[in-house]
Ligand binder design. Structure first.
Ligand SMILES: [Zn+2]
Length: 96
């Protein structure tokens, strides 16, 4: 964004003024919330454009993050040959 008093690209009436706002978005499947990020807010319609340098910094930070990896799981053991296979699902008798 260049210029001293940029006009709002949405309403074409308001003027974008610098302020701090919370950026929230999804990046690579991660929800990101970054408070106090520099942005430009329209004084008429409230449209916000975040500062490109701030977004570049955020991108650099987030680029180091990744989704947690699935733990390596060993395959389930094959079921032992059960002579009472037909009893699957039946409750064992109560012990007294
Ligand atoms: Zn506007």
């Amino acid at each position: 964004m260049t210029g001293q008093t940029p006009t709002c690209p949405r309403c074409q009436i308001g003027v974008l003024k610098p302020e701090l706002a919370t950026y929230a978005g999804v990046y690579r499947g991660l929800f990101i919330s970054a408070p106090s990020l520099p942005c430009y807010c329209c004084d008429v319609c409230g449209h916000r454009e975040f500062d490109e340098r701030a977004l570049a910094h955020l991108d650099a930070l987030v680029g180091q993050l990744s989704l947690p990896h699935e733990p390596v799981r060993s395959p389930a053991k094959p079921a032992a040959a059960d002579p009472d296979a037909s009893d699957l699902g039946r409750q064992p008798p109560l012990k007294r």
